[in-house]
Write a protein that binds this ligand. Structure first.
Ligand SMILES: [Ca+2]
Ligand SMILES: [Ca+2]
Ligand SMILES: [Ca+2]
Ligand SMILES: [Ca+2]
Length: 712
């Protein structure tokens, strides 16, 4: 029983998603796109780049900047980074890496197969989405040597340009690097097609790069110098001159067994922290651990020889990397803590047959930070496999971790967790994480960047349409108790609030709905009255909103659209297609259902509403008879009320409205929930005159007549 409650809590989790339920589409143009890489734009938003198949079978690359409100800042179809295509390879432009240019724009690097072998290209895009002066359409060639180049990574050079490192197959398998200036030229003194970083052992791969904060860069890689894979690193200055141990690099880990997939971050003091997958205890490379090392600015390792065990618990632990059709790319599984230590996040099989998510924080001296657990603090042990955990800072000393999660069934969703600096779950977030996107089908490969104000923006690959992949994104931050928004009478408006359970309420208001400017307040966590015993067929959910107007006497001139989002856990045992919005009638003490539209893909229920009150998502099943059929409001005040709702109908009911003389003025049909609505207008399109009307309800079996008063 306790276990069930814990799992349920995961579904209800929450902490404040800021955009549309289940995320905002980053690019809606036709065609498949996937594998987003994300970085902060320094202004509360992000720049996202991705692989795109809109033009055919070969990947091209596009990017978009999204601001803190979720709005696209660049062309709706995205900005072209490269449309150079190979004719026969579906992997034409792959293995993206992104880094800030320090001026609100981004460097994007990738492997390109536009020629006969894999090459390395780079593009610089400005804050306003233009290719930076001096750079060229489809990218600047960084290395076009005739052998294969692959798995590039990039970091800023601190002077408007960038350092780029990659795996290079010329004369074996080595790591090369290049420096490109702010204007797209190769930096003076650097060799065309790059410099070899290490002349040590052959079979070097999987490079990762970080700025040294002093005009140079630190590169780490895996290398088979000693007969099995080890980890090496080198620091280069702005001229590309090796700073550590000549051109053979510094050994970071030469332990038995294989070590590979390094990830590097600047330690803030001229050195770096490097983590990697480590198989020193299992030469079959199946039961791995996570190790890390801190290397000082002069190349001296700071922690235990051959690395510090971040986690050597039983079972396999590994760091998320992109290594399928996308090529190897290190992901944001490691982050500096700003004090010489670091945070780590990983997948962990210690619990049995599926991966769980764990994280760790280590101090500058290599000890586990106070409050964190040896071998890792549990982030998520919900049922189902969890993968591809990545993290970013929350801006106040803690982290936000996101991952793909199959707890809700066979397909993947996106979850996240916020952890304070001392390893505890941030207030308001649930055990095992918060649902970020639970749309149908697979959501995978999340990437994450800070929003600059203690939240984060997450972008992921999304197959919700069941046809092809798209990119969706969501901003998460702390929930707010209520939202007040000023409405200008003559303008279209939209008001949004997020509940403590993560449900997003949106009110869409057309111009001139109000005769004067007003303030609307949404409380997304209202106290919801129960369902009265007499309301058979009604089942409440915990999802609702209380809407109040600064001038409670002001009438709406036209209906407004209310949309409330739900999460899978909100409707456990209910049928999505039978969900409706109901408002609470304080006079009768009953919930009044409204003709509603359910979108099970986005997880929302919408209805047109004509007054402000408490609204709630409920399941309503059609009545078996017409005995309780009613009309609301009655009397109907033409010019004040804008809709008449007929409720407690059978699903087959036909509702016709007649004058007392028997003349039919309108007819509407009940929906599957036994609801119908009438706008008070005759077939001519004008409001019917005042008087008493007869509402004839007939479902072929039962009949009922209601008197409806229309007043002016
Ligand atoms: Ca090449
Ligand atoms: Ca080794
Ligand atoms: Ca292990
Ligand atoms: Ca899903």
């Amino acid at each position: 029983m306790g276990l069930c409650l814990l799992i349920g809590a995961g579904n209800y989790a929450y902490s404040g998603v800021k955009w549309a339920s289940n995320g905002a589409a980053v690019c809606t143009v036709a065609g498949s796109r996937d594998t987003p890489v994300t970085m902060s734009d320094g202004a509360g938003g992000v720049i996202i780049a991705w692989q795109d198949l809109r033009d055919g079978s070969a990947y091209t690359i596009y990017a978009q900047r999204i601001d803190a409100s979720g709005a696209s800042k660049w062309a709706a179809t995205g900005v072209t980074i490269s449309t150079a295509e190979a004719s026969s390879l579906s992997t034409a432009q792959i293995a993206l890496s992104i880094a800030s240019d320090g001026a609100g724009g981004a460097f994007i690097v990738w492997q390109s197969y536009r020629a006969a072998s894999g090459d390395i290209y780079a593009q610089r895009i400005d804050a306003d989405g233009n290719i930076h002066s001096g750079w060229t359409a489809n990218g600047v060639a960084i290395c076009t040597n005739g052998w294969d180049q692959a798995t590039p990574c990039v970091t800023s050079d601190g002077a408007g340009g960038a350092f780029i490192a990659w795996h290079d197959a010329r004369s074996g398998a080595f790591i090369y690097a290049q420096r490109v200036d702010a204007n797209g030229s190769m930096h003076s003194g650097w060799t065309t097609n790059g410099i070899q970083i290490c002349s040590g052992g052959d079979t070097q791969g999987t490079p990762t790069i970080a700025s040294d904060g002093a005009g140079g860069a630190i590169i780490a890689w895996s290398e088979r110098r000693g007969g099995n894979d080890d980890i090496y690193a080198q620091r280069i200055d702005g001229a590309g001159t090796p700073q550590w141990n000549g051109n053979t690099g510094t050994a970071i880990c030469t332990a038995a067994g294989d070590q590979y997939f390094p990830v590097i971050k600047n330690d803030g003091s001229g050195g770096a922290i490097i983590s990697w997958a480590d198989f020193r205890d299992d030469v079959t490379d199946t039961i791995g651990d996570i190790y890390a090392q801190r290397v000082g600015s002069s190349g001296v390792v700071q922690w235990a020889a051959n690395g510090l065990a971040i986690c050597n618990a039983a079972g396999n632990q590994y760091l998320a990397v992109l290594n399928a059709s996308s090529g190897y790319t290190p992901l944001a599984t490691l982050m500096s803590d700003g004090s010489g230590g670091a945070f780590f996040a990983w997948q962990d099989m210690r619990g049995g047959s599926v991966n769980d998510i764990y994280a760790q924080r280590v101090d500058a001296n290599g000890s586990v930070h106070s409050g964190w657990t040896a071998n890792g603090t549990v982030i998520c042990t919900a049922s189902g496999a969890k993968d591809n955990a990545v993290l970013t800072g929350d801006g106040v000393g803690g982290i936000i971790i996101t991952w793909q999660d199959s707890r809700n069934g066979t397909d993947n969703d996106i979850y996240a967790q916020r952890i304070d600096e001392n390893g505890s779950i941030h207030s308001g977030w649930a055990i095992n994480g918060t649902a970020i996107c639970t749309a149908v089908q697979d959501q995978t490969l999340p990437s994450i960047a800070s929003d600059g104000s203690s939240g984060a923006i997450i972008a992921w690959t999304d197959y919700r349409n069941g046809v092809d992949n798209k990119i969706f994104a969501q901003r998460i931050s702390d929930a707010v108790s209520s939202t007040s928004t000023n409405i200008t009478a003559g303008s279209d408006s939209s008001v949004t609030a997020t509940s403590s359970g993560g449900n997003i309420t949106t009110l869409t208001i057309a111009a001139n709905t109000f005769s004067t400017n007003v303030t609307i307040t949404l409380n997304p966590n209202p106290t919801l009255p129960g369902v009265p015993a007499g309301q058979t067929g009604f089942t409440g959910t915990t999802v609702g909103v209380e809407i109040t107007l600064s001038d409670a006497t002001l009438a709406l001139n036209k209906p407004v659209t209310l949309t409330i989002g739900y999460l899978p856990g909100d409707i456990t045992g209910l049928t999505a297609s039978q969900l409706v919005l109901c408002y609470y009638n304080t006079t009768s003490g009953k919930w009044i259902p409204l003709v509603s539209t359910v979108d099970p893909i986005t997880g929302t229920v919408s209805a047109k509403i004509t007054h402000f009150s408490i609204y709630r998502i409920m399941q309503v099943v059609a009545a078996a008879t017409l005995d309780s059929a009613k009309a609301y409001p009655n009397p109907f005040l033409g010019g004040v009320h804008t809709l008449v709702n007929f409720i407690n109908l059978t699903s087959a009911a036909k509702v016709s409205i007649h004058t007392l003389r028997g003349e039919k003025v309108a007819e509407v049909l009940a929906n599957s929930a036994g609801l119908a609505t009438w706008d008070g207008k005759a077939a001519s399109g004008s409001l019917v005159g005042p008087g008493v009307y007869l509402v004839l309800i007939n479902d072929g079996t039962n009949r009922k007549i209601i008197k409806l008063a229309v007043e002016r």
